[in-house]
Write a new protein. Sequence first.
Length: 270
Amino acid sequence: MYMSNNGRVKVVIESCILLIALVIVSCLYMAELSKSRNVLKEENKNGVVHEEKKQSKTVKNALFDKDDYKAEGFKNITVVVDAGHGGKDEGARSNNRRYREKDCNLAMVKKLKQMLDQTDINVIYTRLEDRYITKKRRTVIANMKKADLFISIHCNASDNIHSRASGIETLYAKRKGDNRLMTNRRFAHILLDTVEASSLNKARKCIRREDLFVLRHTDMPAVIVETGYMSNRKDMSYINSQKGQYDIADGIYKGIIKSLKEMSRRKKRG
């Protein structure tokens, strides 16, 4: 096709104008895209994503705040905390057979550990995982470490499927573990009261039991805390919940601190 010189010049100019326009549009697009990315980064840093994480953390800490469990003055105190059962020894089960006592006991002990970690108490745990430990080994640990207190955490159950038994029980034995600073009976009553005050489960009773191995063979004040009945639907639901476990752990923590303070006052009086 033939084209004059004027025609060629016109085409070149139009092409240049179009190219410049495309460059300008492209630059504007890239600038807007960069701005959008910066906004998104800022949102991720300080906006929606951050807020979601913050809310998640708030929900978790609503059940546990480290500042609530600061306690000092117990550097020379040793407490043994025992998560009952474990490993092949499953303990009691819920009526629907879905939940095992050994798991509930350990869950409560781990939450109690979070609280006791904020203190200067020397705490020894017989187990912090699902493993089998003999009753004798539990008492040997406490006696070898010359513990000042021994607490074994359990869940209760009734063999009678029609039983309506529910609530918290504490078990103790009247034997050599009694001393002038704290008796087993007093220790058991303190824990019964503090666990009831902190949890939704009601106090049932404080029971003397001379037939239980860990109560008969520990050389210090010792108590078994039966935190609720796995055979009771309401108790079981509470024991198996995060809130219930934190509440019960809170009550045991407060019982330990209250007992140690009583022992300290008696020691000062001589």
